[in-house]
Design a protein around this ligand. Structure first.
Ligand code: SER
Length: 388
């Protein structure tokens, strides 16, 4: 089953159960949102989770592109991407968590043909302020799915303040042989779907108040589940990366961790550019710049003559198409190579400046400020140049 079929099956399954499909938004949250990028399917729905009526009703389903820089250091493992797609379903004050879990189990086992013996669930164990999620626990016991209660891992929030609540996560066994242990005990249990009962809001002072309505918010990582269904070892081997894996190693021979990082970061940069962001010294543009610089640093480490001028336009087109973006691939490539030239010039200047006797020893905070303000050299670049 390829990712497109998986996304379609998910959306149709929820449509058959009274959910209306909403169009996913771009990676850019609406003005006024404190977060730079859309991080989950629920993110653009925050006002509706907080009680505003949604024009399409109380049962929604969608497919949302997301960007998470919190996971940047995990990129390259089997399950994390910087830009990924999330399939989501919502009950806005309509049905409750147990119904969502029963439907979720039905979709995974009957709709997608997953062996129920390979599933494990976790539920919220409760703490001194909030109750144990016994309703979800009972659903899993009734369905015969092993379940593990945890406290920290099963309280979902999008940040220090805002909507939050207990969640029940569904894991799929990715090991060879029969499943062993539990999700907290063995990382071959891969989290595939999170069902949050979004019932509370955390205030600035840290206290919790009930939301005007109890919602259900679920999110399933599309590329992650697709790679497991396709029997692949990592998200980098699922079908969305096919052209990348075919074209990039032929162009730039890289070891597997470097190949994963380069593909992840360049693909993410294309999607960010496709949503209209341009490289800059702060904000979203700086996230884009950092991703590109990380990819270029890895590429140029073995061979400084490697250049994005050689990046096949087909990869840019394929990525923009997948994310249903209508940006001009030629323009995206021009921005990529323009940013590369800027980076290469900066590296040259950095090497010259850092060769001065004053900067040979340990650098003080004052030196770092001077290098940044006078020569435009960011701290992370200085660190990597000094490691050369
Ligand atoms: N908000 C939850 C998550 O991001 C489910 O959508 O995992």
């Amino acid at each position: 089953m390829d990712t497109e079929q998986l996304a379609r099956t998910f959306i149709e399954y929820f449509e058959e159960r009274g959910h209306r499909r909403i169009t996913g938004s771009t990676l850019l949250p609406p003005p006024g949102d404190p977060v730079l990028f859309t991080t989950s399917g629920m993110h653009p729905l925050t006002p509706y989770l907080e009680g505003r009526p949604h024009p399409l009703g109380s049962r929604l389903v969608n497919r949302q592109r997301c960007l998470r820089t919190t996971d940047l250091d995990e990129v390259g493992d089997a399950t994390h991407l910087t830009v990924f797609e999330m399939l989501g379903s919502w009950s806005l004050g309509d049905y409750e968590g147990p119904q969502s879990l029963e439907w979720g189990y039905g979709l995974l086992t009957e709709g997608l043909g997953i062996d129920p013996g390979l599933l494990h669930a976790t539920v919220y164990a409760g703490d001194e302020h909030t109750e144990r999620d016994t309703a979800s626990l009972r659903v899993w016991e009734h369905l015969g799915v092993p379940v593990e209660p945890t406290a920290e891992d099963n309280w979902w929030s999008n940040g220090p303040v805002g909507p939050c609540g207990p969640d029940s996560e569904i894991f799929l066994w990715s090991g060879e042989g029969p499943p062993v242990s539990t999700p907290t005990g063995d990382d071959r249990w891969v989290e595939i779907w999170n069902h949050v009962t979004m019932s509370h809001r955390r205030l600035d002072d840290g206290s919790l108040v009930p939301l005007p309505q109890r919602n259900v918010d679920t999110g399933l990582g599309l590329e992650r589940l697709a790679s497991l269904l396709q029997g692949r070892r990592s998200v980098f081997e699922c079908d969305v990366f096919d052209p990348w894996r075919r074209l990039v190693p032929a162009l730039w021979p890289l070891d597997e961790p470097s190949l994963r990082l380069v593909c992840d970061h360049l693909r993410s940069a294309v999607v960010i550019l496709g949503d209209g962001v341009r490289p800059a010294a702060s904000g979203r543009g700086y996230v884009l710049r950092r991703l590109l610089r990380r990819a270029l640093t890895v590429l140029r480490r073995d061979d400084p003559s490697r250049t994005l001028d050689d990046l096949p336009p087909e990869l840019v087109r394929h990525t923009l198409d997948r994310f249903r973006q209508d940006a001009d691939p030629g323009e995206v490539l021009r921005v990529l190579t323009g940013e590369e030239s800027r980076f290469v010039r900066l590296l040259e200047r950095g090497r010259q400046v850092l060769a001065r006797p004053r900067f040979r020893g340990p650098l003080t905070e004052e030196d770092l400020h001077y290098l940044h303000d006078t020569h435009g050299l960011p701290r992370d670049l200085i660190t990597s140049l000094r490691e050369e």
